[in-house]
Ligand binder design. Structure first.
Ligand code: HEM
Length: 230
């Protein structure tokens, strides 16, 4: 009897800790979705107060980019089994491609808007950081596509390509922080800030940041980083 309890215990414990982990992931997922919804709502609340013109497409596409780039990371975080990882990778690739197309559109519209209004490019801190993030994004995408779809051609073998996944992961999180920082500077640019319904609403952007990043943190598997064993 005692030995059967001993044999069963680890399995039950494993199932319990797995269901706790699933619950934590679900809370974290909703935290991210709430943060993103708040962010979208705040940006749209400004856009409906200003005349619709070429500029409007910049925050619109960049908001789309931010939603997709964040969700594209979040969906991949808890994947554990080979099937989950394979399926997750497929969705990640599709969503990050959409996010990249949104970023190209958002970038093109603001660049064109500056051209037609005869203004200088990349003058503000937001503009400079935006340019840096845009280039970083291209390199990250290229790295991801090479690892996932051209492992033999670029790295020599699938195993060698897989050994670089950890760099794509770390650089991906750094990129995500830079993307959100750039967006936060964008929503504080004069034209956006001055058209908020009330300047006090700007603190809600901090709430959206906390919701998104606490959610992302909650879904991280440090085991995948090789930092701890789970
Ligand atoms: C929804 C969030 C965003 C809002 C509300 C926003 C808003 C603005 C505003 C008002 C400007 C014109 C003023 C200035 O030059 O600073 C601008 C420029 C710019 N934004 Fe954003 N932005 C957002 C997200 C982003 C992101 C995520 C990126 C980068 C990937 C980005 C890249 C740029 C660039 C490069 C410029 C300058 C373009 C040039 O000087 O030709 N923005 N943005």
């Amino acid at each position: 009897m005692a030995s059967s309890v001993d044999e069963e215990t680890p399995l039950i414990e494993h199932q319990q800790s797995q269901s706790q982990l699933n619950k934590k992931d679900a809370y974290a997922k909703w935290s991210i979705i709430s943060g993103l919804t708040l962010f979208v709502g705040l940006v749209v609340s400004v856009l409906v107060r200003i005349p619709f013109n070429i500029f409007t497409y910049h925050p619109l596409f960049m908001t789309g980019f931010i939603v997709f780039v964040t969700e594209g990371v979040s969906l991949l975080q808890p994947t554990a089994t080979d099937i989950e990882k394979k399926r997750g990778l497929g969705y990640h690739a599709i969503i990050q491609t959409i996010s990249y197309l949104s970023a190209i559109s958002g970038f093109s519209f603001i660049f064109y808007n500056k051209v037609i209004s005869g203004k200088h490019h990349f003058e503000s801190f937001h503009g400079k950081m935006g340019l840096f993030v845009f280039i970083y994004l291209f390199v990250q995408l290229l790295f991801g596509v090479s690892m996932a779809f051209l492992p033999r051609q670029i790295f020599g073998s699938v195993d060698k390509a897989k050994s670089t996944w950890k760099y794509h992961r770390v650089f991906g999180y750094i990129l995500l922080v830079l993307v959100w920082t750039t967006a936060q500077l964008g929503v504080r640019a004069d034209y956006m800030y001055n058209n908020l319904y009330s300047p006090h609403l700007i603190w809600l952007h901090w709430v959206s940041l906390i919701l998104v990043f606490s959610g992302l943190y909650g879904r991280i598997r440090f085991k995948k980083w090789g930092i701890i064993r789970q």
